[in-house]
Design a protein around this ligand. Sequence first.
Ligand code: 3AL
Ligand code: ZN
Ligand code: ZN
Length: 512
Amino acid sequence: MDQFVWRVLPLLTILVSFLVFFYFQNSDTAQLYPIIKLPRSKCSLLPHHHFWISSKRIVTPQGIISGSVEINEGRIVSVVEGYGKQGQSKQEEIIDYGDAVVMPGLIDVHVHLDEPGRTEWEGFDTGTRAAAAGGVTTVVDMPLNNYPTTVSKETLKLKLDAAEDKIYVDVGFWGGLVPENALNLTILDDLLSAGVLGVKSFMCPSGINDFPMTTIDHIKAGLSVLAKYKRPIVVHSELVQDYGNDLEHDDNRDPHDYLTYLNTRPPSWEEAAIRQLVGVSKDTGIGGSLEGAHIHIVHLSDSSASLDLIKEAKSRGDSISVETCPHYLAFTSEEIPNGDTRFKCSPPIRDAQNKDKLWEAVLEGHIDLLTTDHSPTVPELKLLEEGDFLKAWGGISSLQFNLPVTWSYGKKYGLTIEQLSLLWSKRPAALAGIESKGTIEVGNHADIVVWQPEQEFDLDDNYPVFIKHYELSAYMGSRLSGKVMDTYVRGNLVFKDGKHAPAACGVQILAT
Ligand SMILES: NC(=O)N[C@H]1NC(=O)NC1=O
Ligand SMILES: [Zn+2]
Ligand SMILES: [Zn+2]
């Protein structure tokens, strides 16, 4: 018997090494870069590198448990059930949160940080401070609103340089798919090899001159390269139909009335774009010519025909997913005050019935994940005084409020804390190919938010808000429940009770 084992063991070792080699060859993983070497005293508000977080409500993939999470050198090294059972640990290394919820940090894969080029709108510093204050431990930055837009390996380099030493949470980057790189796929290939997690494109004008829209043929061309890299395209899915356009140019309509704007971008725009996308996604299924590629529809607002098309595509096995945003789940067109352009975004916020149906889709799992589409600007472009919905910048500023907003509105529809965590952490991590994040599990990064679902607060001028031009956010003035207490990024306590760690020790996430 012994002899048999000794003969087989070397063969087994070789076989296992081969399997491991091929697994890593084929998997598309996102790496953290660069490794920050700053001293812990600057990166974290906590002196320890090895410590325990204990709570009666820890959100794990197996459900909510009472117990503790052991963290060492930025990773989760054990998850122990039983509150107050931390074994040998010293008392000062245990951070006891009692009833507060300990949950994976939020991963927001749709954020416009606008740097370089438009730091007067937002920026890596302010945006990621706002993220940390809101329990968002990773953001994926959009390739537009910054200048120049991120559409080549050279412009990605400008992004990475601009982000250096300025990010308080981890940041990944989407590249842009625009006609130029869709028609010259080497540029796109280079952009993907340089580490973007996937690409974003617009099927309608983006509002930014150097980010032109793509046709479905450009998207098809892009998908052929994305399939090779196994990375997704995320698409702003509105296709301009004459119906809306005519209304926009009708001089008799009142531009201060929200309905005037709403009528310029009817649900048929979303439906038309998604109809074209599902015509292509049919080839992304197993054995299809675009297998490996994935289509993700960003910020769905229409919960009727558009959603039905996505459901159909999913049921036949297409590689397709969809997100919606807190503003579509919180607000309704009926409630938007005259001239209050803080609520202008595209696609637009629709009526109460549409919102109810969106929530239903979220709770039933037809909507895969949530993102902010945090898209701020300067007061001069939001035109609050003028109140002209047709001329104002479209975009809602809300990164810091993801968690309390989703929770405050969602709990009325029966949203559970576990669902919240799937929608805001696990599924976004999977879309962006970010491994080691999104769940509280042994081996993962210790990216954690600690929050009090029951605690209510007013988002008024006394509340510490870190978004630039926070007064333009549609959420200011609301009373919300679900207060963020502490935020950890890879074991660093980056935010506690209104205060940030002294240094920006977030890292850049690049796909390899
Ligand atoms: N360019 C840009 O950020 N546009 C965003 N704003 C918005 O309301 N919808 C968008 O796609
Ligand atoms: Zn968009
Ligand atoms: Zn956006």
